[in-house]
Design a protein around this ligand. Sequence first.
Ligand code: F6P
Length: 365
Amino acid sequence: MRKRVLLATGGGDCPGLNAVIRAIVLRAARERDWEIVGSINAFDGVLNEPNEIVVLTEKEVAGVHIRGGTIIGTTNKGGPFAWPIKNPDGTWGEADRSDEMLRRLQYLGVDAVINIGGDGSQRISQKLFEKGLNIIGVPKTIDNDLLATDFTFGFQTAVQEATTAVDKLITTAASHNRVLVLEVMGRYAGWIALHSAVAGGADVCLIPEIPYDINLVMDKIYSRFHRGRGYAIIVIAEGAKPMGGEMVFEKSTEVGYENLRLGGVASKLIHELKTAGLETDMRETVLGHLQRGGTPIAYDRVLATQFGAKAFEMVLQREYGKMVAYRHPNIVSVSFTEAISQPNFVDPTSDLVATARGIGICMGD
Ligand code: F6P
């Protein structure tokens, strides 16, 4: 009888997910007796009634590596340990359906699971592994905030999008003598902001790891304008905050969504600059999900393909309870415990921050 590997993609989507799926299917096709199936919308496909499981062959994955998103869907709500349920009074609660999920996987004849997702998904992987599931993790996030791996796929594509936005903003800012503020994603990490600010040649880069002093941002802007002429580009990470201040976020009201929703920091910064006396024209651009959608760049396709092929090899070696990781120049495996132990934040004393400062980018401090 053929052995079955079930794939799930969980959390926010990310360019390169389809390249991982394709690589797993193509690598498995080199072995005789393996079948790959996908669970639709993370583990919801296993838990829904009727279940939503699709068989993935070379035919289904042909050409998908160039497509953004995920062909098996994803969700960043709920999950087997916190399944949203409606109480009789209309409020929402949570149920732990993990035992039921393990029974369902057994019934489906699943021998191993590959869970492709960020830190939240890998926490679920760890808990499922502790319950006895044969599970392997593949890290993904545009935020690049997992310490266990040098890079996650999707990050470079997001940086490319943000850099293209900086390039475009420069021409319009210069024409109108304006200060243009670009808000980029990254959650609590400033990687996308820092890389795109250096690549695009921004004047100011504000990241969560370095709280900013509005007066120093003002000084930098003044230095860029001479007799009212000039322009300035500010790249700000969605999680950036002023010294002694807070991030801009709201608690989502979406059922099962547990993350804070960051956003709005660019408009807050403009307000702070106006209050501090800056009279120049200012506008904000919030790049949002354009950073997550669309075609992965070549770098991310290569990394995603390496991750997928390695994940299937780990299944063959029965290296369960581990996540694939990139440690230049190798693709290695690390335990889930190590994978989720620490986030990867920008080190304010790192070489890249020094480079940014060295070419005159104001980091807000
Ligand atoms: O973690 C990836 C990410 O895109 C963050 O950069 C961002 O804060 C968040 O997800 C947005 O999530 P959602 O899909 O809920 O809009």
